[in-house]
Design a protein around this ligand. Structure first.
Ligand code: SF4
Length: 104
């Protein structure tokens, strides 16, 4: 079966739209989410779940603190993931935390 140029263009537009839509619906992907093992994340003690913060190592941590209510978080508090000014284009979990937490 031979694909016409028109069919190719329509198929390409459909695939592109699907990718944009899936990103909008599913949000952060593994590719754009900061990993706890990333050297930059390790430098500030980032964890994707604030309940896992090592309180002995980070005594400044207080219950209730998380990326969602940090002033450096770029997403909405209701977002599962959002940007952080520390990590460029990588996203952090709204339930996460790191030692650069600020609520100022
Ligand atoms: S600076 Fe704030 S938003 Fe960024 S990782 Fe640390 S706690 Fe989360």
């Amino acid at each position: 079966m031979k694909t016409s140029r028109r069919q190719f263009l329509l198929l390409s537009a459909g695939v592109g739209s699907s990718l944009v839509l899936s990103r909008a619906v599913f949000g952060a992907t593994a590719a754009n989410t900061i990993s706890e093992s990333d050297p930059q994340a390790r430098a500030v003690g980032y964890v994707a779940d604030a309940s896992k913060v090592d309180k002995a190592k980070f005594p400044s941590f207080a219950p209730g603190q998380s990326c969602a209510n940090c002033s450096l978080f770029q997403g909405k508090a209701s977002d599962a993931y959002g940007g952080c000014t520390l990590f460029g284009d990588k996203q952090v979990a709204s339930r996460g935390w790191c030692s650069s937490y600020s609520n100022i």
